[in-house]
Ligand binder design. Structure first.
Ligand code: CBF
Length: 829
């Protein structure tokens, strides 16, 4: 309604809606108001958390104002929008990022300084929402920032887990997991919307019938109904547009089951409420075998159902017709986690909105687009028919129907029985199960991988049959990262050095970094560049000392591998090399080795034995090396516990060397690889995921490439890989592997690492031994180059200068053009 716009409201009090109160005085006043009126704090009793909360609320007001303004303008233009469905978001700390996006960092710093308060200390207080496992969740959050920056009418839908990814502690060298109570002190960024809530059904049975008009219908009589309530967090883009991340929390429809309550059984009534809330209690750590995890399926369905109901509600509220739903929205499925949405939209259209099958299918299959994030067979989701049928009986019927129509189409096209069985939505091997990637592919109008290599492998291998059937459906969008967070915010020294040289247009156009190329060989610039890195390294050293208890010399080469711990990522390849160096130094042959600090961080899925053993191996090697006087001036090994976005922001700016050493063909893209290079680290890596494109951009001569290609890996496997031969024939490999089981590591127990030893010499599924020599040789090159400071700096500068492609702004533009068909909206100031 015209009379109710934010512009009108503000003009009625003589203010401009776009004026968000940027001055030091405004910020100071609002901060004090929050502290006293909102939190009701007696100054003498104010805690650090109060200060943080008051500042967060001050900033949130501004963020919400931007969100309201952007939303009104999107609505005015009746623009086509995007709903990003993701079971994971990993936003990282909000406060600093919002200050940066609102461009009020300095004013805020000064306002607080006048109150004798330190902004950095307050920023440190924030507990980040760990609502994701790693790359996939972090990518979703990078995309939120870019969508807001570019003016894309978008909303991110997900789950408000009460407990996020577990907190990792290291006890006696082993990972132990503690609950992540991120909501313990409240969450100042979210707005609860009690009036935005939807009912979600589970279990029970369905009943078919025919109406008086002769129309076939199905009714679902659920066993239970749960309510989903929206919690909104504003996500800002650079220079202030705002969109919303809407997360759903599960609640009981009624707080008490009155029938039970009346019978006097108070506790049983409360129990029911608690059971409903369980659905959004905790995030599942990935890499675990999820099949059979009933709660996980319920989570997926719960958030998808709330989100689609919400979208339909909003669509109808704007006076639009339901049969133009797909013209107004594109829904991006972030992996298969939300792919039950295909069946749910069909159910909503058919059962709740009385549509005919063909119309409903047309809308559904033109609404969704699916991003695949992994080729690992164990990570491709399948839900057993028995579980699906029990939890979502109506959806199973719909999936059968979608499948039967799809298979019929294949038969008509002349595909043979074998091809049809391969493509079916139902897997008949062993226990019958629904292949969620097939459901997503059939129900989407576009399917994309996340790097050029990954998209190619998706087309030629995992979804090959589908790509042959619908070649135009398949595309690629190479991942990107929020360069404002991962450079402007987290590496302010480098950011200002660059801005001094080439101006600040890079904040909205990372390709302008190309202008740095001409300074790559300039000794004065190189010196400044090196100084920035050294300062960043000194800061990281403090963190390493504090959190890992290891003193590191900042002059060492910081050789860093931070990411989830997984055998395919091959952290143990790096450890084998470290042991090799250690033994060389012990032999008195270590002169050519550069003094290096080997830094690791990352979480292992709690049920993944080998990954946990790899962490134990790292801590054992760290204990040995760091305590050996003969070696520890040359080498240090550190495992930094509890890697999260906050820590990541301190690690990337301090890295000299980035380890991206997965077996080729396994890492879909990687995004850490981009963040490191953006901060001036050189990469040692295989031709895997986005490494391929990074190397293309920065030039092979500025990248330490090693190892087999994907094709070579496959060829090695095809020919019958026998890792034992490497053990027998390569004395270096033998020496290092024997060392693992010699009793020299981990309190003298030679059996501790036997499972790793056996795995490597017997299967070595990820071909470490095959790539070992090539990796060691490349490391020799690294050491040589490190000795040549100015050449190292030159290459580091060139890496940064050529990172333009890897901003998530570019990725979002690609999604808009190739998939969403959505135009950015130019927003009024
Ligand atoms: O696409 C984002 C990231 O997703 C993963 O983390 C995933 O969870 N499947 C992949 O492993 C990464 O390669 C990828 O960068």
């Amino acid at each position: 309604e015209h009379n109710r716009s934010i512009e009108k409201y503000f003009s009625s009090i003589g203010e401009n809606a776009s004026e968000i109160g940027r001055s030091k005085a405004d910020i100071k006043k609002d901060f004090l108001h929050k502290l006293f009126y909102h939190l009701g704090r007696v100054p003498a009793l104010t805690t650090d958390n109060d200060l943080y909360t008051a500042l967060a609320l001050t900033v949130r007001d501004r963020a919400l104002r931007q969100f309201v303004r952007s939303t009104e303008q999107f609505a005015e233009k009746d623009a086509r929008g995007v709903a990003y469905f993701s079971a994971e978001f990993l936003p990282g700390p909000h406060l600093g990022n919002n200050l940066l996006n609102l461009e009020i960092m300095e004013e805020t710093r000064q306002a607080l300084a006048e109150l004798d308060l330190d902004l950095d200390h307050i920023l440190e207080q924030e507990v980040e929402p760990g609502l994701g496992n790693g790359g996939l969740g972090r990518l979703a959050s990078c995309y939120m920032n870019s969508m807001a920056t570019l003016g894309i009418p978008a909303i991110g839908y997900g789950i408000r887990y009460e407990f996020g990814i577990f907190k990792q502690e290291i006890r006696e060298g082993w990972q132990s997991e503690a609950t992540d109570k991120w909501l313990h002190y409240g969450n100042p960024w979210e707005v609860m919307r009690p009036e935005i809530s939807y009912e979600v059904k589970f279990g029970g049975r369905t009943e078919a019938g025919t109406s008086k008009e002769g129309k076939y219908f199905v009714e679902w009589h659920p066993e239970s109904v749960i309510k989903g309530t929206a919690y909104d967090t504003p996500i800002l883009g650079y220079q202030s547009n705002g969109i919303i991340m809407r997360l759903w929390k599960a609640e009981a429809v009624e707080s008490f089951d009155f029938s039970i309550y009346n019978m006097g059984d108070y506790y049983r009534a409360v129990e029911k409420k608690l059971r409903s809330e369980n659905i959004t209690k905790v995030l599942y750590p990935n890499d675990e075998n999820l099949s059979g995890k009933e709660l996980r399926l319920k989570q997926q369905y719960f958030f998808v159902s709330c989100s689609l109901q919400d979208m339909i509600h909003l669509h109808l509220l704007q006076g639009r017709r339901l049969n133009e739903f797909h013209e107004k929205f594109s829904v991006q499925l972030n992996d298969t986690h939300p792919s039950i949405a295909v069946a749910e939209l069909m159910r909503l259209l058919l059962d709740e909105h009385d549509m005919e099958w063909d119309d409903a299918w047309h809308i559904t299959s033109h609404t969704f687009a699916y991003t695949n994030h992994t080729l690992l067979p164990e990570a491709l989701e399948k839900w057993s028919i028995s579980l699906l049928g029990r939890i979502l009986p109506r959806h199973l019927e719909l999936i059968y129907e979608i499948n039967s129509r799809f298979l019929e189409e294949l038969r008509e096209k002349g595909l043979n029985g074998e091809q049809i069985a391969r493509m079916s939505l139902i897997d008949d091997h062993g226990e019958q199960a629904v292949r969620m990637a097939h459901l997503a592919t059939v129900g989407s109008y576009k399917v994309n991988g996340v790097s050029a290599l990954h998209s190619r492998l998706l087309k030629t291998q995992v979804l090959n049959d589908f790509a042959k059937l619908w070649p135009e459906k398949f595309t690629n969008v190479t991942n990107g990262v929020a360069h404002r967070r991962f450079l402007a915010l987290s590496n302010p020294r480098l950011a200002s050095l660059i801005t001094e040289k080439i101006g600040d247009q890079w904040l909205t156009d990372l390709t302008s970094f190309r202008e740095l190329e001409k300074y790559a060989g300039d000794p004065a610039f190189q010196q400044q560049w090196r100084k920035v890195k050294l300062e960043n390294k000194k800061e990281l050293c403090k963190l390493l000392a504090e959190r890992a208890g290891v003193e590191v010399d900042p002059a060492m080469l910081f050789d860093v591998q931070v990411k989830r711990i997984h055998e395919y990522k091959r952290q143990h390849l790096k450890v084998l090399h470290i042991i090799d160096l250690y033994l060389r130094i012990k032999d008195g042959k270590g002169e050519d080795i550069a003094a290096s600090a080997f830094i690791f961080a990352g979480k292992a899925a709690p049920g993944y034995f080998m990954a946990k053993l790899i962490i134990r191996l790292i801590t054992a090697v760290a204990d040995l090396i760091n305590n050996d006087e003969e070696v520890n001036r040359k080498l240090k090994v550190v495992f930094l516990p509890n890697f999260n976005v906050k820590q990541a922001q301190r690690v990337y700016p301090a890295a000299d060397l980035s380890e991206q050493i997965s077996m080729a063909g396994k890492e879909a893209s990687g995004t850490g690889n981009m963040k490191f290079a953006l901060n001036g680290a050189l990469t040692i890596g295989t031709l895997d995921g986005a490494n391929v494109e990074i190397m293309e951009e920065v030039g092979e001569e500025n990248f330490f490439l090693f190892g087999q290609t994907t094709e070579e890996v496959q060829e090695t496997k095809r020919k019958g890989y026998r890792p034992y031969e490497f053990y027998e024939e390569n004395s270096n490999i033998r020496r290092v592997l024997d060392f693992l089981v010699s009793g020299a590591l981990g309190e003298g127990d030679p059996e501790l690492f036997r499972p790793l030893f056996n795995n490597l010499v017997q299967q070595d599924q990820y071909q470490l031994l095959k790539d070992f020599r090539s990796y060691c040789e490349k490391k020799e090159e690294v050491f040589k180059l490190w000795a040549n400071e100015s050449e190292w700096d030159r290459r580091s500068i060139l890496n940064v200068a050529r990172m333009g492609k890897f901003s998530s702004d570019r990725s979002i533009r690609d999604y808009c053009e190739n998939i969403w068909n959505v135009e950015p909206v130019r927003l009024r100031d």
